[in-house]
Design a protein around this ligand. Structure first.
Ligand code: HEC
Length: 167
């Protein structure tokens, strides 16, 4: 009889432990869900790198088109995808560029004349590849002004626009 009581107590402990474990998991999932497009820790690391190292200039928070100092990353992605459709080529091109941005290699000519060539900085190549992979695999944020600007500049035509301004 005593034995059975013990068993019930053990069972109770196990159930409680299991439930609290699940609760914890739920919390983590909820936190990750708040970051856009982030599905796993590898991607969340890459997204943090992108935010910290690139969004300072390729901002998604600039209040208007007149306040930006570089094209938004979604425009860079669109432009590079037109030239580099394959993931490996895309990753190679973006990370090569960021390691050594020199004007004659730039493909966003309009952006170079509008903002001047991207300043050279000491990025880590492995981190750049992670950033570029993230850019290829995920939808990037559009700044609030971007869609309105698109419509205004390009009549909202399908398949055009987005980044064309900076070509
Ligand atoms: C100090 C500001 C600054 C930072 C930080 C920055 N960029 Fe840029 N970037 C620019 C500007 C300005 C341009 C537009 C002119 C040009 O194309 O060179 C640009 C253009 C680009 C282009 C298009 C180049 C082309 O072919 O014309 C790519 C790709 C790019 N950036 C990637 C990155 C990545 C990846 C990061 C983060 C690792 C990053 N940039 C961080 C300022 C910056």
């Amino acid at each position: 009889m005593n034995n059975m009581k013990n068993n019930i107590v053990y069972l109770f402990i196990i159930v409680v432990l299991f439930a609290s474990c699940n609760e914890h998991k739920k919390e983590i999932t909820q936190v990750v869900d708040k970051i856009p497009n982030v599905k796993n820790t590898q991607e969340s690391e890459a997204y943090t790198l992108l935010k910290n190292q690139c969004y300072a200039c390729h901002s998604i928070n600039a209040p208007s088109h007149d306040d930006i100092i570089a094209p938004p990353m979604i425009a860079v992605k669109k432009r590079y995808l037109r030239m580099y459709r394959d993931k490996e080529e895309f990753v190679e091109a973006v990370s090569k560029w960021a390691i050594n941005p020199i004007e004659e290699n730039a493909i966003m000519r309009g952006a170079v004349s509008q903002f001047k060539v991207m300043p050279k900085q000491s990025f880590n190549e492995a981190e750049l590849r992670k950033i570029a992979e993230y850019m290829f695999d995920n939808e990037l944020e559009k700044p609030d002004w971007f869609m309105a600007h698109e419509k205004e500049m390009h009549g909202g035509g399908k398949g055009r626009g987005m980044g064309r301004k900076f070509d």
